[in-house]
Design a protein around this ligand. Structure first.
Ligand code: CA
Length: 222
């Protein structure tokens, strides 16, 4: 999952960036509103974490511009402004949720998972597809009830594919979903993760459509 963090406070930014990266997200961190606009136009983010008080362009302006461009990605506002009016303005401008600083990283992570679930049209925390289940909160994947040992990147690839069984994602789309700008990406990194996933799950779980991409079959293999 690829997140954009917009936060000009170095300490908060660093702790959120570190915490979410350790949680397996690919996080790009920018520190002002105009850079946020540029990033939002160039990368396919799954979620936006947005501070309101920002240099160059206010968070509310970024949010209004985003919704005006009909971008429907989930937006969680992170703000020190505890005035009710600011929170109302943020929600009315199209934010999906907010956290008032200082906040707990565990709560932030749980709210992110809830927003991503809703975006994928799921209410329950566990993703299931036939005998396969993935729990994003606990980083657990089981097949026929047996836990599998997957790396964080392998889980990210699997999660992206499980969000839309039957629909392929290209190598470039998977790269954009699981790596941030900071990551040094080998040209065959996605293939390596796919190879490893097929070895651990069974090759039938991930199909390769030549020249198109990879998919989890719509009908689960078992
Ligand atoms: Ca700020």
């Amino acid at each position: 999952m690829r997140l954009l963090l917009v936060e000009d406070d170095a300490m908060i930014g660093e702790s959120v960036h570190l915490g979410l990266t350790q949680d397996g997200y690919a996080v790009d961190w920018v520190k002002d509103g105009q850079t946020a606009d540029a990033a939002l136009d160039s990368e396919p983010y799954d979620l936006l974490l947005l501070d309101l008080g920002l240099p160059s362009k206010d968070g509310l302006q970024v949010l209004r511009g985003l919704r005006a461009r009909q971008k429907d990605l989930p937006v969680l506002i992170l703000t020190a402004r505890d005035a009710v009016a600011d929170r109302v303005a943020g929600l009315d401008a199209g934010a999906d949720d907010y956290l008032v600083k200082p906040f707990d990283l565990d709560e932030l992570a749980a709210r992110i998972r809830a927003l991503l679930r809703r975006r994928a049209g799921r209410a329950e925390p566990l993703m299931r597809h036939g005998a396969l289940s993935l729990n994003p909160a606990r980083h657990e994947v089981t097949l026929d009830g047996v836990p599998l040992r997957l790396s964080a990147r392998e889980q990210s690839v699997l999660l992206a594919l499980l969000e839309r069984p039957g629909l392929p994602l290209s190598r470039a789309q998977l790269e954009q979903r699981i790596y941030s700008w900071k990551d040094d990406v080998d040209s065959n990194a996605v293939e390596v993760h796919i190879f490893s996933l097929r070895r651990k799950l069974g090759a039938e779980w991930i199909q390769n459509l030549r020249g198109v991409g990879y998919l989890v079959p719509r009908t689960p293999p078992r």
